[in-house]
Ligand binder design. Structure first.
Ligand SMILES: [Cu+2]
Length: 224
């Protein structure tokens, strides 16, 4: 076992983990993308170096009991961190909340809640029903209640991501989608009213090309 390589790789993994923790914790947002990339790289280097440190010059000479305890400790920490990330606990909470922090897109997409949507026989309610948007191009969606009668609707995410609450005739609800994915939604008082938003992410150059082609003035894409 090579102690220098071992501790260096542990240091790399820890600093990488710290970097990822900090960016996901929303402490530093300015350098978010760069910092995540660097942190992930540090962590990867550490993980790749670790076996070299442990097995260099023969198998590790830890006593069975010590080795077992070390193994259990490392496993427990890794499991804990993974679990925290999956459920969005603590600093990982922002992993899921980031969708609402993105700000408005250069282009707004409109979905109409057409007259008679309150009636189950009206199968077209959210129009268009299934839409695709691109991050930083048109991730801002506005739903407008175009009922002729005084009927309120909601735009409620199936996955607890967004909920307009009831909004009446002539009113609208706006949401900025901040992460790629498929988001299905419904209306609470009229559960047969269903729709979906598919959010896609394309490389920055492509975003610029699309905006240029559409003649839209570009906005600052990084949050601040
Ligand atoms: Cu409704």
């Amino acid at each position: 076992m090579d102690k220098t390589i071992f501790w260096l790789s542990v240091l790399l993994i820890l600093s990488g983990a710290a970097g990822i923790f900090i960016t996901y914790g929303g402490i530093s947002r300015t350098f978010e993308h760069g910092m995540q990339a660097v942190s992930a790289l540090l962590m990867l280097m550490g993980i790749l170096m670790l076996p070299g440190g442990i097995f260099r010059g023969g198998p590790p000479s830890v006593k069975p009991r010590q080795g077992l305890m070390l193994g259990v400790a490392v496993f427990a920490i890794a499991t804990g961190l993974t679990f925290a990330a999956v459920v969005g606990y603590g600093p990982f909470g922002n992993l899921y909340k980031r969708s609402v922090e993105i700000g408005e897109a250069p282009i707004t997409v409109h979905v109409s809640i057409i007259p008679g949507s309150w009636d189950p026989r009206q199968t077209e309610n959210f129009v268009p029903k299934n839409i695709r948007v691109i991050l930083f191009v048109n991730h801002t969606v506005v739903w407008t209640n175009n009922e002729e009668l005084d009927v309120a609707h909601t735009v409620t995410s199936d996955g607890d991501l967004f909920d307009s609450g009831l909004f009446g005739k002539g009113e609208s609800f706006k949401y900025n989608f901040g992460r790629e994915g498929v988001y299905t939604y419904h209306c609470v008082p009229h559960p047969w009213m269903r729709g979906s938003v598919t959010v896609e992410r394309v490389p920055d150059e492509q975003v610029n090309a699309i905006l240029e082609a559409l003649g839209v003035k570009q906005q600052e894409t990084s949050g601040g």
